[in-house]
Write a protein that binds this ligand. Structure first.
Ligand code: ZN
Ligand code: MN
Length: 142
């Protein structure tokens, strides 16, 4: 969900949160909480999964990271908070950034057409990543 909303409150930056944020940044992709947990444990061996999960949620609610709810399966997180769109592989679940830019004024156009007070929009590209597309003959298209 791309929302034009400013974070309501910055989350307090505890040492634990800093490690979590760093792990998310370094992961370079769009990890699930499980993956972030693995990375954080390299620095904080005694941290619990629940703690990592709660901190990710707090950071997301404060607008300091992005929560991605794309497709089936667990949520993913993104250290990138600038508006950008994702593409998801329907076979392996990989999520990548696209550099696709949309025409501006979409929200306004939707408001004019519907009368809704539009606060944002969701857009996800889906397809098969290059690795999976090579095996396309073996893929059962749902
Ligand atoms: Zn794939
Ligand atoms: Mn991203």
């Amino acid at each position: 969900m791309e929302m034009k909303q400013l974070p309501e409150k910055m989350a307090r930056m505890t040492p634990q949160r800093r490690v979590i944020l760093e792990a998310l940044r370094k992961s370079g992709n769009h990890p699930s909480a499980d993956r972030v947990y693995e990375l954080v444990r390299e620095k904080l061996p005694h941290v619990s999964m629940g703690t990592v999960y709660r901190n990710l949620e707090t950071l997301a609610e404060a607008g300091m990271i992005q929560r991605l709810e794309l497709g089936p399966g667990p949520r993913h997180y993104d250290a990138g908070i600038k508006e950008h769109y994702h593409i998801r592989c329907l076979q392996c679940g990989k999520i990548e950034d696209t550099l696709v830019e949309l025409p501006s004024g979409l929200d306004r156009a939707a408001r004019i057409k519907t009368g809704f007070q539009v606060v944002g929009h969701e857009l996800e590209f889906v397809g098969y990543c290059p690795g999976c597309a090579k095996n396309i003959g073996k893929i059962k298209i749902k």
